[in-house]
Ligand binder design. Structure first.
Ligand code: ATP
Ligand code: MG
Length: 351
């Protein structure tokens, strides 16, 4: 298989880190440092150390932006497979047919446009780790194929008749409640039990606030070369507010705020007044609000979705992620509310 002239360069220990895949859904990433101080994260990282050495399949659960991909990569880096590729695929980013051929490859002429034979990412990850992000988004047809792949340890390229042996460690992640999806009939139970040998739950940032100052300092230091010496530190009062805020978008939101603070800050130290409004005076949470018999569930959902869009400056991808719905569902909802045009173009407010 490695002499397929139409396949991407197969990762080897030497080149695995350099390979760029010709698809937005898959990438090979460098391990970034994992910053933490909290007990829950200490425990989680201990668990990661223990399970990394095994070949067990791991399911990483957690809200959007909590660091699931980082954890998956950490498992790989601590395993015996670390010199082999870590291939990450976002299952929610591609439509079904494209995902299947990306994952399993295809034979020449197997569908319109398949001019050449191509090996899939599962095959390319052989010897290493395959990370399936947003596993909850897989269609039933792909779920069935994935199950067969996990059980048999071999792939069938689209349009191919002969199976190809593949040796991978599988790590999956989702921000959905997969157990519920199984009960609802959206996710195969047999597949669920195959992928969840070990479950690693990454807690939301609001449950590990001890991590916030360390993360802030880390992110402010990380970009300091870009904006020469501006906004490298945070004033104590400002830090208190950062710790007090609930971070619904978790670490990704915190990282964005830190980056923005650095660009906008005038001096060396970031002060209270520099912080974004939502961090300085967070809105009261709806979940604590009293029951209001005049509001229907549908109306509440609409308000919440529009609030999420406002929170992420109209960025639909981030809003959908934080809401735990697919971008397609978000579009459908916006059409339903007659608000689609308003959010058709992603605009950031001018500061
Ligand atoms: N403990 C941490 N220390 C440093 N950076 C972190 C940490 N956790 C997450 N990050 C950073 O936050 C960002 C989001 O992390 P990641 O992509 O792993 O989250 P995720 O849970 O996979 O999100 P999503 O559900 O949206 O895919 C990344 O840039 C990541 O490097
Ligand atoms: Mg992710």
């Amino acid at each position: 298989m490695s002499n397929d002239n139409a396949s991407p360069i197969l990762p080897t220990p030497q080149n695995s880190k350099q390979i760029m895949w010709q698809t937005p859904a898959a990438k090979i990433i460098e391990q970034k440092p994992i910053i933490y101080k909290s007990d829950v994260m200490v425990q989680l990282m201990k668990m990661i150390e223990r399970v990394a050495a095994s070949n067990a399949n791991i399911l990483v659960l957690g809200e959007s932006g909590t660091g699931k991909e980082l954890i998956a990569h950490a498992v790989h880096e601590r395993s015996q497979r670390k010199s082999r590729p870590f291939v990450a695929i976002n299952c929610g980013a591609l439509r079904e047919t494209l995902l299947e051929s990306e994952l399993f490859g295809h034979e020449k002429g197997s569908f319109t446009g398949a001019y050449q034979k191509k090996i899939g990412l599962a095959e390319a990850a052989s010897g290493g780790t395959l990370f399936l992000d947003e596993i909850g988004e897989l269609s039933p047809a792909i779920q069935a194929k994935l199950l067969r792949f996990i059980q048999e340890g071999e792939v069938y390229r689209v349009g191919g008749k002969d199976p190809v042996k593949v040796d991978i460690r599988l790590i999956c992640a989702t921000n959905r409640d997969l157990e519920k999806e199984v009960q609802l009939g959206n996710f195969r139970e047999d597949l669920y039990y195959r992928i969840n040998t070990i479950v690693a739950s990454v807690p939301p940032l609001r449950r590990r606030k001890e991590d916030i100052p360390a993360l802030v300092n880390h992110f402010l230091a990380a970009h300091s070369h870009t904006y020469v010496s501006r906004g490298r530190q945070m004033d104590e009062e400002a830090m208190k507010l950062m710790v007090g805020y609930d971070w619904p978008g978790n670490i990704r939101e915190l990282q964005n705020v830190c980056e923005r603070l650095q660009i906008l800050s005038e001096g060396h130290v970031i002060m209270l007044n520099d912080l974004p409004d939502n961090v300085r005076s967070p809105e009261k949470k709806d979940e604590t609000a009293e029951y209001d018999p005049t509001i229907t569930l549908g109306e509440l959902e609409k308000r919440y979705i529009l609030k999420a869009l406002g929170h992420f400056d109209g960025n639909k991808t981030q809003a959908a992620n934080a809401l735990g719905i697919t971008i397609k569902t978000l579009y459908n909802k916006l059409h339903e509310y007659g608000e689609f045009e308003k959010f058709a173009v992603h605009q950031k407010p001018v500061k």
